[in-house]
Design a protein around this ligand. Structure first.
Ligand code: GUN
Length: 292
């Protein structure tokens, strides 16, 4: 069983993106990402911290807008409008989930589509759905880069995606079935009947459910490639932090059947972050008129 590692995919991506940032700077454009974080959810803080570190590494300007947990919907939306109107900010991202009293469903439509590096805006999602994406959602882009790096073929093959979220499962299933990738995609979810029978037909199985170690060997075909998007904290008193990170796949059990699998952590996660930087560079190019 081969481990599919972000660390093997990242260096080329990072070098390419850093070079693009350097080229834009040479033309007087400083690509910049604004990340809005409302409240003090520790997992969201950790995600935002990873984005900050990657931005620093690549030479991309990142601005954090930390808003108090009690902020009103109107104040949050005013912050988004302010960033939409700031010509020195090219990408705007509002970290989800938001505190319970805020309506996260409104956010995708509020971010300027040209700054929508998450690809959440209905217009950008529509471009993606019809096969002409502007931004590719970061996790889906990371998975495509990983598969390409390891030369795992998609064309004509059966892919099963478990999880229909607008962040990962749905856009990924749309992309993989498009011309150029040419996979045959089945999108499964919590109401799918007889999931083990369907999932175990897949050459490539993608788990994006958000439940720890939910995918068990009966759902995996012998020799399949398994992509684990999950990032779940489970209590573990033996760890200094009191928890450990596990994916949506029972890694040990799956390893006996899969031919290749992404570990958690160290698989898809870091690729998602680097793709956010790539989307910010694309946004900077689109807004500055320096090719795209
Ligand atoms: N929270 C978890 N994943 C994501 C993501 O991809 N984008 C945003 N904005 N928030 C998230």
């Amino acid at each position: 069983m081969k481990k599919l590692l972000a660390s093997e995919v990242l260096p080329d991506l990072e070098t390419g993106i850093a070079a693009e940032i350097g080229a834009l700077r040479g033309r007087g454009v400083e690509p910049a990402l604004a990340v809005i974080l409302a409240g003090d959810n520790p997992e969201s803080q950790a995600y935002v911290g990873r984005k900050r570190k990657m931005a620093e590494k690549l030479g991309l300007r990142s601005v954090e807008c930390n808003l108090p947990a009690g902020i009103s919907q109107r104040e949050l939306e005013a912050e988004i409008h302010r960033l939409n109107g700031d010509p020195d900010i090219h990408g705007v991202l509002c970290q989800l989930p938001l505190p319970g009293h805020l309506d996260g469903n409104r956010i995708p439509e509020l971010i300027d589509p040209l700054k929508d590096v998450d690809c959440f805006h209905p217009y950008n999602f529509g471009l993606l759905a019809r096969g002409t994406p502007r931004f590719v959602p970061c996790t889906a882009a990371g998975i495509l880069a990983l598969l390409a790096h390891y030369r795992i073929a998609l064309s004509g093959r059966q892919v099963v995606v478990i999880g229909r979220s607008n962040i990962v499962g749905r856009p990924l299933s749309l992309l993989l079935s498009q011309k150029g990738h040419d996979a045959t995609v089945t999108l499964c979810h919590s109401r799918t009947a007889d999931l083990p029978r369907i999932a175990s037909r897949a050459h490539i199985l993608v788990a994006a459910i958000g439940s720890p170690e939910w995918v068990v060997p009966e759902m995996i075909a012998e020799g399949a490639t398994v992509i684990d998007v999950g990032m779940n904290r489970v209590e573990d008193p033996s760890r200094p932090r009191g928890y450990r990170l596990v994916g949506d796949v029972d890694f040990e059990a799956a390893s006996a059947r899969a031919s290749a699998i992404t570990p958690v952590p160290g698989g898809v996660g870091p690729l998602t972050v680097v793709m956010l930087m790539r989307n910010t560079v694309l946004a900077a190019r689109l807004q500055s008129g320096h090719g795209a």
